[in-house]
Design a binder for this molecule. Structure first.
Ligand SMILES: [Zn+2]
Length: 477
């Protein structure tokens, strides 16, 4: 069963960031970068349990519907003799959706919203906004198809899949699945869509193009930036910086092909909108990376291999509008680091060994690797001073520590995770960090994925590594 995970910064942490920047920045002056205390506020949480159960829910709901596998496939339940004149067949819906898809391809706005406007002007308005938004997105492919149909008589429910590929961002076509409720109100009359929502367990809905009227879209070589009105100015003023952040992460990667080619980033300062985007379920986050599924071989059915070829990033810009660019850069580099290597992550089952310290440690290290340990601030103080307040760890951070709802516990977990990666880079090499993380990602469901990476990549044991890490922390931080 797929286990899509999201990685996010917590809002409570972000508030700590703001305070720390103000204190650290003023106290340290120009001698130190003020952005580096950001880790104090970072509690980047992957919500395995919630999304996992949601995925199972999605599977269950799919089981109750009838997959459309080819022309002529017809669900048993959507027609009956007594309602033959108004009943809706699967072929009816397929034809309706095909017309919708053709309208998008031919840039025919009126045809795109046809069927949404009879008695539901709100839906028609929304579909028109969707059409206008999609026209702004660089899309290599974009089409609609029917995955499942269920219902009876004059009302049917269809899972409609938007197969699309954002140019420069998605290495392969990906999916966003909608649930359409379709009715036929008169004998032999046209079909009418009376409700649209995300399909059960759909993680890519609502996308910004669904949620925002008048979406701002800025396209750079390695990043497609989307923003609502609350962050349109931020998007424009930070577009070049985001492109630089993307190139920064991508240029560092030495682990071979298979990374995300680029990134889709949505910006908003509207808290409710941020929390609702991509159905993310981490209300406390201020930045999130959501993995999304590939289109299946048929173009209709979701790929359930457990590997997610692409991601979507969303950031609540509220915390970053008044900060120096470097502060925002760290956030974006961190999230892009997750998205960059997300395609390698085996999410086909629960993680086999605690390794959130690898996931978050890599994103932390990658986003701040250009700074020396001596230059970094943490929670407004030097790393040395911060470490002096806490014990030298005797073990690597556990998932529960990194996940902790207690911001202090989580913050310390992120600190140790970051330092462990910094230790690998110092003792071995930055390339070994990439190899180590890649190994863990590819074997994430294995019960000894970290132990095996220690052995196969670093030629050591987890015990020996931890001892060396402790020694390095004492002498180098
Ligand atoms: Zn993270």
């Amino acid at each position: 069963m797929a286990r899509p995970t999201r990685v996010a910064w917590t809002a409570s942490g972000a508030l700590v960031v703001v305070g720390a920047v103000a204190i650290g920045g003023l106290a340290a002056g120009a001698a130190r970068h003020t952005g580096h205390d950001a880790p104090a506020g970072k509690a980047l949480v992957r919500s395995h349990e919630t999304s996992g159960s949601a995925e199972r829910g999605g599977q269950n709901s799919r089981d109750t519907s009838t997959p459309i596998k080819g022309s002529g496939s017809r669900p048993d339940s959507v027609s009956s003799a007594s309602t033959a004149d108004v009943s809706i067949s699967a072929d009816d819906i397929k034809a309706f959706v095909a017309a919708h898809s053709a309208a998008l391809k031919s840039k025919n706005r009126a045809a795109f919203i046809a069927g949404f406007d009879t008695k539901h002007p709100d839906l028609a308005l929304h579909e028109g906004q969707l059409f206008d938004n999609l026209r702004k997105i660089p899309l290599t492919t974009a089409s609609y198809s029917v995955s499942t149909v269920s219902g009876s008589g004059a009302t049917a429910t269809a899972v409609v899949t938007f197969v699309h590929q954002i140019t420069g961002v998605d290495s392969v076509p990906v999916v966003e699945r909608y649930k359409w409720t379709v009715q036929r109100t008169a004998a032999n009359g046209p079909l009418e869509v009376v409700a649209v929502s995300g399909a059960p367990a759909e993680h890519n809905y609502p996308a910004p193009w669904d949620a925002v009227a008048g979406l701002t879209v800025l396209t750079k070589p390695k990043v497609v930036i989307m923003a609502d009105d609350s962050s349109a100015a931020f998007a424009k003023s930070h577009a070049s910086a985001l492109e630089s952040d993307a190139e920064y992460d991508l240029s560092h990667w030495t682990g071979g092909p298979g990374t995300a080619p680029g990134f889709a980033v949505f910006l908003t300062a509207d808290r409710a909108r941020y929390e609702g985007i991509y159905s993310q379920d981490r209300a406390e986050s201020v930045g999130v990376t959501v993995p999304i599924a590939a289109a299946g071989n048929t173009g209709n059915i979701e790929n359930t291999s457990g590997f997610y070829p692409s991601s979507r990033i969303a950031v609540d810009t509220t915390q970053y509008k008044n900060l120096a660019t470097v502060d925002a850069d760290i956030v974006f580099k961190h999230e892009m680091a997750h998205a960059m290597i997300g395609p390698f992550d085996d999410q086909s089952a629960a993680s086999g060994q605690n390794h959130l310290w690898v996931v978050e440690g890599f994103a932390e290290w990658e986003s701040q690797r250009m700074y020396s340990t001596a230059d970094l601030l943490y929670n407004g103080v030097s790393l040395h001073a911060y470490l002096a307040k806490h014990s030298i760890p005797t073990a690597l951070p556990t998932d529960s520590q990194v996940y902790s709802a207690n911001a202090d516990v989580s913050g310390l977990g992120y600190f140790y995770s970051h330092m462990a990666m910094r230790y690998i880079a110092a003792k071995y090499s930055p390339a070994k960090v990439d190899q180590f993380v890649l190994y863990v990602y590819k074997h994430a469901t294995g019960s000894t994925c970290v132990d095996d990476a220690m052995k196969n990549v670093l030629a050591t044991t987890t015990v020996q590594f931890t001892q060396g890490f402790e020694k390095w922390l004492r002498s180098s931080v």
